[in-house]
Design a protein around this ligand. Sequence first.
Ligand code: ATP
Length: 305
Amino acid sequence: LMQLYQPLNFLGFVYASLRQGVVDLEQMFRLLGQPQDVSDRPEASLLPPRLEDAPAASLEFRDVRFGYREDREILHGISFRVPPGGRTAIVGPTGAGKSTISRLLFRFYDAWDGSVLIDGADVGDYAQASLRAAIGVVPQDTVLFNDTIRYNIAYGRIGASQDEIEHAARLAQVHDFVLRLPDGYDTRVGERGLKLSGGEKQRVAIARTILKNPRILVLDEATSSLDTHTEQEIQAALRQVSAHRTTLVIAHRLSTVVDADEILVLDQGDIVERGTHRGLLATGGLYASMWAAQAEESRPEGNRA
Ligand code: ATP
C-alpha cells in the first residue's frame, strides 16, 4: 500500500497545485521523485552552494550521450565548457534537447555515456542536495505561492532579512512595483491574492534567485513574448543576477543570447554550430537564418517584407 501511497500523494499535490496555479518548479522537480533513479554515492562530496562561500563554478559536458528511453537517444555526444563566471547560451529548434541539457546538469537523470562536470568533478560525485543548492533557476513560468510578496521573494533564502529582500527586489527591478501595491511587501499574491503579470512574476523569480545567490545560474528564457518595455526591464534584471556568475541560458528566443561568450546551436541532439553572435551571423548557417526569421517576426506588421 505504501508503494501506492507515494505516487497518489504526489498526484494529489500536483492536482491541488495546478488548481491553485502555484507550482514551484524546484519543488515540483523534487516531488516528481526524479532522483529515485539517481542516488547519492556513499562517498559523495559537498559542492559549495553559494557564491559568497566559493568563487563561480566551472561547468563542462564531455561527450555526453543521453536519452529518456533506451530506444531513443536524444543527445548524441555533447561537449562544451563554461569557465567560471562565463555565459553560454543554447539555442535551437523546438525539441532539439536544450532543456534536457539543463536536466542533466541538475542530475535529474544520469548520462548514458560521457560526463557532466562541475568544478572538474562529475555531478554524480556530489551530494544531490548540495548540487541543487548550487544551481539557481529562473524558470520560464514562475508560479507564485498563495502568500505575501515578501514570502515569495524570501523563498530564495528562508530567513532573509527585510533589508536583504528589498536589496534583491531592487536589483530585480521589482521593488518600486511592490511599493505601489496596496500592502507593499505584505500584499498577498497568487491565485487567491493579487494576480501578477508574466513579467512581474518573472522579476519576483529573479529577486528570489538573487537572494539564493547560487554559483551557477540557469536561465530558462520565457517563450511568451513580453512588451518591449517589460522585456528591457527583465533583461536589466537578468544582467544583474548573472553578473560574475557561471550562466547557462536556455534560449527559446534569441534576444538574450547576443552577449553570450559562446552560443551553442543545437539541432536534433547535436551541436551543429558554435561561436559568438557576430561569428555565427558571419557564418551564415542555421543561427543566421533563425536570427533573420526572428527579426522578421518582431518587425511591426506594416513593415514586413
Ligand atoms: P523546446 O524549445 O520546445 O523547449 P528543447 O530543445 O528544450 O525544446 P527538450 O525538452 O530537451 O527540447 O526535448 C528533447 C527531446 O526529448 C524531445 O523530442 C522531447 O520529446 C523528448 N523528451 C523530453 N522530455 C522527455 C521525457 N521526460 N520523456 C521522454 N522524452 C522526453
